[in-house]
Design a protein. Structure first.
Length: 309
């Protein structure tokens, strides 16, 4: 324990040089508010590490009442504000570990310490680094997820016709997240037949009206937890979690029945595909759904086609 205190004292004395070394390796932000805040967080992290060195506790029990996790969360916010990605988060902590190790190598005569004492320090350094990196990534991922949720909230009104999230958000966020979170789901794409021709004839208001009513009917018929979006100029899609192709087909039938009753002059075709029965990746699921939709269009007359296995 005396050797650990000796090393901890050396690290505390060399703290400015350690932080300067970290800046040099991960630098470019000196003078910027977030960059200064991140460097200050790293400095505080080194101080916490010296307390861990002096403590008989393990990395699992050295909690400081949650203060260390809270510090890592603050660091994650600064990293995100500076545009770091997950790799950058890892590199920040790895660089800090290297700077601490170099300081100890330079200032402490490790040869005068027993092999077990040196090994004990190295083990604690690796354990602390691994713990901080893991918790830092968790905090960083939580921030990214929160931003995505906020982006989704803002996107609810970006499509002026339907009020649904747009196609970019669907492809980039909604479908990949649904596939990651659910063991099974179905994707249904509803297409208004002759939409382009209707617009070309100057009946823009009619085209907008049917598209809006279709979006309403889909939202009203999908089960709880489903996600709807504008898929294309004349298409509305629905992601149906934990739903098979047959149930999606029945939901589509209800939507088409309502459209036929209220807007008999328009036809709507539907393509359905199921994950993972028909595709194992988001992009492939979209392709299978569009292939089914293409078949429905060729059949004509408000058809519904489920992708083949």
């Amino acid at each position: 324990m005396a050797s650990q205190s000796l090393i901890a004292d050396s690290i505390r004395e060399d703290l400015p040089a350690i932080v300067a070394g970290w800046r040099a390796e991960r630098g470019g932000e000196a003078g910027k508010e977030e960059g200064e805040a991140l460097a200050a967080g790293m400095e505080e992290l080194v101080v916490v590490f010296t307390e861990f060195l002096r403590s008989p506790e393990s990395v699992e029990t050295f909690t400081r009442g949650g203060a260390t996790r809270e510090l890592v969360g603050r660091i994650a916010r600064h990293q995100r504000a500076l545009g770091r990605d997950a790799v950058g988060v890892i590199e920040d902590f790895m660089a800090l570990r290297r700077c601490v190790w170099r300081s100890v190598e330079r200032r402490v005569d490790l040869g005068r310490l027993g092999g077990g004492e040196v090994a004990g320090f190295f083990v604690k350094l690796m354990q602390a680094s691994d713990w901080v990196t893991e918790k830092g990534l968790e905090a960083f991922d939580a921030l990214v997820q929160e931003e995505m949720e906020q982006e989704l909230g803002r996107a609810q009104a970006t499509d002026l016709v339907t009020g649904l999230p747009d196609r970019d958000l669907f492809h980039r966020v909604l479908l990949p997240r649904a596939v990651a979170e659910h063991r099974r789901l179905s994707l249904a794409v509803f297409d208004v037949a002759n939409f382009t021709e209707t617009v070309a004839k100057g009946r823009v208001d009619d085209a907008r009206r049917i598209l809006y009513r279709l979006s309403e009917a889909v939202r009203e018929e999908v089960p709880e937890g489903a996600v709807c979006a504008r898929f294309g100029d004349d298409e509305i899609c629905a992601i149906l979690p934990e739903t098979g192709g047959e149930a999606a087909y029945r939901m589509a039938e209800r939507v088409l029945r309502r459209i036929a009753e209220e807007h008999g002059g328009f036809e709507v075709d539907v393509g359905v595909a199921e994950y993972p029965a028909h595709a194992s990746r988001p992009g492939d699921l979209v392709s299978e759904t569009l292939r089914a939709l293409g078949t429905a269009k060729r059949l004509g007359g408000s058809g519904i086609v489920v992708a083949r296995q």
